[in-house]
Each structure stands twice: as C-alpha cells, then as structure tokens.
Design a protein around this ligand. Structure first.
Ligand code: 13P
Ligand code: SF4
Length: 390
C-alpha cells in the first residue's frame, strides 16, 4: 500500500481523527424516539445558562437550530465565536472545520464541543496537508515559489489554514472571497493564487467578480504528478484551483436551471458560489448562505425563487416565507449528510454531559497549528469591508 492521504472510511466508522470524516461517536446517546428530547435539551441549556453558547450553521436541522443562540454562515459564526469570551463552552452545531476555527478564535479557557465527531466535510477532506505540501514543492520546482500566494476557503482543516498562515496566505469564506483574492493579488508583483480546496468558489469569484477569464484559471489535480499541468499553463495561470468541490452544491445542474426557467416564468435563480460555473453563470444572483437569506427576506411578496444551496436552509426559507414561491433547484440533491449528523440526541448528550461537568467531543487544535492558522484567519478578519455578497 502506498499512501494514507485519503483514507476511504465509511462515514463515522474506524479511527481517523485527522480526517474530516471524523470517528464514530463514543457517547451513550439518548434514543431518537425519546419524546422528552426537546425538554431535556431545554433543561440542560437552562442549567448551563451563560456558561454555554450554542452556534448553529444555516444547514443544520430544525430540531437543532431551535437551540442555537446565534445562526449564521461560516464567516458570521467565526466572528460570533471570537466575540463571546465569557462562555466557558461553545457548542458548535456545524461541521468539524468550523469547530476547529472556533477553537482557534476563542480564548484558551473556552472549550469547543462538536456534538458528533463524524460531522466532517468531504470538501475539506479533498485537500490534505501532505498533498498541499507536495504541490507547494512542485510549484517551487517550477520556479513559482516567489509568486504564489495560498488562499484557503474556510472549509478546510486547521492544518491547511496553518499552511496558509506560514506561507503568507489568508483564509476566506464564501462572503469575502473577492476581498481576500484582491488582498492576495496585492501581496506580490505578478502574484498567482493557489486556491484551496474549492475549485468552484475560486473560479466563480475570479471570473464573475474579478473579471478574469476562464483561461486564467487552471485546475491542480493532487493525484497527478505536477498537478497534471504542463509548465507553460502553470506559468500563464493567475488562479491555480485545487481540484476539490462540495458534494452537495456540485450536484446542481445547468439543465435544471433551464427547465425551471421554462416552467416557472419570472423565476429568480439564487445559488451559492460553491455551485459549478455553468450553474452560477445561469443564475440571477450568487451569494453565501447569509446573502441568500437576506435576498429572500428583502424580496416583495409573490417573488418566485429557485434556490441552489443545502436543503435544510431552503426548506426553512420556504416555510418562513409563505408569501413567496420558493423552490429547491433540484429534485435529487439531498441534505448535506455530515451537517445532518448533528441531531437532537447528539445535542442532548453533549449538553447533558456538560451539565455533569464532562466535556465530550472537545475540538482542540494543537498550539503550533493554532498559532499559524490564526495568522491566516486574522488576516481574513482584518480585511477591509465585506463583499456585496455577504
Ligand atoms: P457558507 O456558510 O460560508 O455560506 O458556506 C456554505 C457551506 O457549505 C458550509 O459548509
Ligand atoms: Fe462540506 Fe458541502 Fe457539506 Fe458544506 S455543504 S459541509 S462544503 S459537504
């Protein structure tokens, strides 16, 4: 056997703590059929009071989001975590990389809990540190060491963020990718960006927001020597896009946009920038989860929408806005399976354990990784203004 870079573990099984796929939950969980789960979660949260702060990403289930003290996209949640120094415990209802970022941004006395360790992110798993280091060496061998600035999407593991901190790079989210790229291109004369790990966010931002051409973007395949790119293509590229994608957003298809336009006259197509370029170019509006919510909230009654992002969020928007006609952009795209790992039994187990003084599923980034990742995260938090897509 050769490499352990990409262990193919069935979700939640086996032992691979360094993988975003996580490990099986070790806890003695309450049964999902327990009719008292809501009351138990409420009682545990009340007992903890201000000692606990619960963050909920927009893709979380209803049964969980009702207990969030604040909901948001990954950028907002990162800032909210950093702004709560008094909370002893931060319970992160989201996925592993988000809980890692919260741990990095909170004070050492604060403990971050992810109710199910198997709540990883398949996109984050597509860029492993060993692969990125190999790519960096190959770029240096190609004579590009002095011109490449690494930019990583928030949806990446802490060690990838640390890599960016070490190499003069920055973190971005779907709501500030344009500002982060502008910053990166301003760092060096003739700068190129190595964009990790979501090729779609990188391409969509470069082409649709920054006016680059598709030819300015090349895709680095970590499974091929030299990324599978001829030297002259690398030399001419401005954006070197890592070959990663979101397994949920990557499934929205351009044909469905065309079909919906035929069957829903006047529909406004609103998608997340993790969708493929062919989908995004057919959309009327593109933006982060926070942007999508604000766009719907601001629209007049009777507006027709087809929304391409995670189903929990779209379903909630449709329920909260009966005065508008809100459709999901696909018949077959499912919930994000890892976001959905956080359910009420896991939340109750995590909160009740805290009440008894036991911290379960603590997410703790090692100090060296934390220090370097914080450099890249802080550069993001210090970026001027926000994109219009937040
Ligand atoms: P945002 O929360 O930044 O919009 O990202 C969406 C996502 O896929 C999170 O996993
Ligand atoms: Fe990862 Fe996509 Fe799920 Fe977000 S929606 S956690 S990017 S797999």
């Amino acid at each position: 056997m050769t490499t352990v870079d990409l262990p193919l573990l069935p979700l939640g099984r086996g032992q691979d703590p360094s993988s975003e796929r996580g490990v099986e939950c070790p806890g003695d969980l309450p049964a999902a059929s327990d009719p008292d789960l809501v009351a138990r979660a409420r009682a545990a949260k009340d007992a903890l009071g201000d000692r606990v702060f619960v963050l909920g990403h927009h893709y979380q289930r209803d049964e969980v989001i009702q207990f969030a003290d604040v909901t948001g996209d990954s950028f907002k949640l990162a800032r909210e975590a950093a702004a709560r120094p008094d909370a002893e415990y931060v319970v992160f209802c989201g996925v592993h990389f988000m809980a890692e970022s919260a741990d990095i941004l909170t004070a050492p006395h604060q403990q971050v809990v992810l109710p199910d360790l198997a709540a990883g992110c398949s996109m984050a798993d597509m860029a492993r540190l060993a692969q990125v280091e190999r790519a960096w060496e190959a770029l240096a061998d190609a004579g590009l060491a002095d011109s490449v600035v690494p930019v990583t999407y928030m949806n990446s593991s802490a060690d990838i963020k640390a890599f960016c901190g070490r190499h003069g790079g920055v973190v971005c989210t779907s709501s500030n990718a344009e500002v982060a790229l502008e910053w990166a291109f301003g760092q060096k004369p003739d700068a190129k960006v190595l964009f990790l790990p979501d090729q779609h966010l990188g391409r969509n931002t470069a082409v649709l927001q920054m006016g680059m051409s598709l030819e300015d973007c090349v895709v680095w395949n970590p499974l091929l020597p030299g990324g599978g790119l001829p030297a002259e293509q690398l030399r001419d590229a401005r954006m070197i896009l890592w070959k990663g994608h979101c397994s949920v957003h990557g499934r929205f298809a351009p044909e469905v946009v065309d079909e919906l336009r035929a069957t829903m006259p006047g529909v406004r197509v609103l998608v997340h920038p993790e969708c493929r370029h062919e989908v995004v170019t057919r959309a009327d509006e593109v933006g982060s989860t926070e942007y999508i919510i604000k766009a719907v909230e601001a629209a007049p009654p009777g507006t027709r929408w087809a929304i391409g992002t995670e189903l929990n969020l779209v379903r909630r928007l449709a329920e909260d806005h009966p005065e508008q006609e809100i459709a999901f952009l696909d018949k077959t795209v499912c919930y994000c399976s890892t976001m959905n790992r956080i359910d009420l039994p896991h939340l109750v187990w995590a909160l009740e354990s805290l009440v008894t003084g036991t911290v379960v599923n603590r997410i703790e980034v090692d100090p060296d990784t934390e220090r370097e990742a914080l450099v890249a995260l802080q550069r993001m938090l210090d970026l001027p203004g926000r994109s219009h897509r937040d």
